[in-house]
Design a protein around this ligand. Structure first.
Ligand code: GTP
Ligand code: MG
Length: 205
């Protein structure tokens, strides 16, 4: 499966404004600056579809993109605002939490939440806590390690293994996970075939 067409649809301030849930949907979330927007652009082959920035906190809304794949299927990709940006007030942090919780728990066509983790770092508490919260909510997710091109050989594997080991302290089995780079396009085929499998399993409600 490859992507034939991708276009920006709408940005919503909350769950209830999101477009009609009439097709499978895949959301990308993770720490501010982890590479969510860059990954979406890499997957869709569109350089400036999702807005990327060297300044963290660029994405503030729930951004829907309409995708058409070469098998004529239509689905949504969602770029979500990042967490863990230090210069954010208590009140906007709470607003983020509420918006994200409503969206992730109520969005009925959401097939998978891709949680992005920076492959350059050893396991971070904030990411582990976020994933454990997803577990508590019983929502399906997979992990995507980003920016693999920035690592020396061996460092990616070490950090990935350490992260999975940390997850296994709280989980019986490891989630599906992928190693990617928006620069070299590493991981693109594997993520797209995973989405393809979920598209095939999708039954409209
Ligand atoms: P927010 O929306 O602000 O939370 O950020 P984001 O997670 O969408 O990150 P974004 O895609 O804007 O990328 C942040 C910075 O990292 C940008 O300067 C990107 O060019 C850079 N970047 C993202 N992915 C990669 C990657 O795979 N490799 C390299 N070398 N740089 C990357
Ligand atoms: Mg972004």
């Amino acid at each position: 499966m490859d992507i034939k067409d991708a276009s920006y649809l709408i940005s919503s301030a909350n769950y209830s404004q999101c477009p009609t849930p009439d097709r499978p949907e895949y959301a990308f979330i993770g720490r501010s600056n982890v590479g969510k927007s860059s990954l979406i652009n890499m997957l869709t082959n569109k350089k400036s579809l999702a807005k990327t920035s060297a300044t963290p906190g660029k994405t503030q809304l729930i951004n829907h993109f309409e995708i058409v794949s070469d098998d004529k299927k239509k689905w949504y990709v969602v770029d979500l605002p990042g967490y863990g940006y230090a210069k954010v007030s208590q009140s906007s942090r709470r607003r983020w939490e509420e918006m994200i919780q409503h969206y992730l728990r109520k969005r009925e066509n959401l097939q998978c939440i891709f949680v992005l983790i920076d492959s350059r770092h050893t396991p971070q508490k904030i990411d582990l806590e976020f994933i454990n919260t997803l577990g508590k909510w019983e929502v399906p997710f997979a992990v995507i390690f980003t920016k693999a091109d920035k690592n020396k050989p061996g460092a990616t594997r070490r950090n990935v293994e350490a992260f999975i080991q940390e997850l296994l302290k709280a989980w019986e089995e490891a989630p599906p996970f992928f190693v990617t780079s928006a620069e070299t396009r590493e991981g693109r085929d594997l993520v797209l075939s995973y989405i393809n499998e979920m598209n095939a399993a999708y039954i409209a409600k």
